[in-house]
Design a protein around this ligand. Sequence first.
Ligand code: SF4
Ligand code: SF4
Length: 203
Amino acid sequence: MVWLRPQAALGSNPPMSNDLAIHPSPTFLADVEARSGEHVSLCYQCRKCTSGCPAAFAMDVMPNQVMRMVQLGLEDELLRSRTIWICAGCQTCTTRCPNDIDIAHLMDTLRQMSRASGVPAGEANVVKFHKAFLDSVRRHGRLYELEMIGLYKLAAMDFFGDMKLALEMLKRGKLKFLPPGIKGKREVRRMFHKEKNGNEEKG
Ligand code: SF4
Ligand code: SF4
């Protein structure tokens, strides 16, 4: 079966060629359900997730459409979308879903799948921010904001943007010069290690 590529699902990454045909993946739904443990096939498009989402205004695919795209196997279109990177993980959608689908968790799974698949992400700088955030948490057991900002700025090659804001935060003590000292750093590292190995095994 051949479908025409929906414009809303393209995000900021246009198709590589003039071929507007899309080729649904027959295994995408099963793969997403297995990785996330969420029963996406139960979604019946009530749109409660979308109507409560505070980030929907910035998304190119609405949360309920994400569910439908998974059901239809629109893997490439979804993994390229801006939505999966714009989702703030606030879980409003999760608490509203009548079918107990943890949509916030699903978005996290889709981000991981997008990174693993190597498709260009719909929001390049969000991906860099995401990576800087996780690298910092992995190293220190929790977020070390100053380091994360440095890592992100380096990756995004944006050295002077937000400088005034950073100085103001330093002045007010919102950014600490030294990394946080917390218990359980080793356990956090072990979690990251386990997650990485699990993903490698899944392929
Ligand atoms: S978790 Fe993401 S999709 Fe769900 S309501 Fe929050 S921002 Fe929207
Ligand atoms: S709230 Fe749940 S059932 Fe309703 S559209 Fe969203 S995911 Fe589907």
